[in-house]
Design a protein around this ligand. Sequence first.
Ligand SMILES: [Fe+2]
Length: 291
Amino acid sequence: MELVATPQHPLFAARISGIDIRCPVSPAQCREIVRLMDRYAVCAIGHDGPPTNEEQIAFSVLLGPMDRGRSPKIEGTGIRIPHNEIVDQSNLDQDGVIYEEGDRRLLFKRANRLWHTDMSFRQVRATYSLLSAHVVPSAGGNTEFVDMRAVYDALPESTRSRLDGLVAEHSYWYSRSLGGGPAPTDAERASRPPARHALVHVCPGSGRKSLYIASHISGIVGWREDEACALIDELMAFATQPRFIYSHDWRVGDVVIWDNLATIHRATPFDDTRYRRDMRRTTCRERLVHS
Ligand SMILES: [Fe+2]
């Protein structure tokens, strides 16, 4: 069956039909998905039910070296999903019970409401993220995306030339504190040291230049902190104008793939101490990392 892409936004993002990731996917279908990802950067594939953890992992591994490192736990908590490849993006504890207001895990997760790209705080960056929807709230909880290649194309030439050669430092804990989370413990801080990346890079698949910024950015190498903050704030304000944003309204069974090297995204609020939201992420990386 042929894959068909239906664009969801004038600049990027498509809904893909003609494939079920819960079934074995052929190499030709895989190549087609990569081609569509290079074009659209965000691809949503609908199903009549979510993939199992095993099915999601089996599909993700076809798209690149997978992140298999168990995300460092927030101290004193248990694990709901026993697969190292899956990041639990729900608001549920190890027993499937909704976090209570004030729970450190919930406070840290709310930082996902800041614009970011996944794992930019790692030196070996994330390429694709795949998020599956198992339970969605009746209202709210969309994920918003921006194509940073389109943003780069739209930047004034004077701004683009200011970005040449700049390198930013990305810190997981910086964005957690911006998001209102509690201070990390020393062990938590040591578990995720910062990483450095060019502010502008060329996406390998499309060959297009992209702006690589995120709320994880804690500074620009060689710059004063206030000047770095001002530049990142200016770029983020430009990038997140409504004309650039695609908002994905989740349906149970959706699997959305996004290219972290070409996009930024954020979670939008919902009543997270009342409604369940069960989302599961797998992540591909630039190269295999043994952790
Ligand atoms: Fe994310």
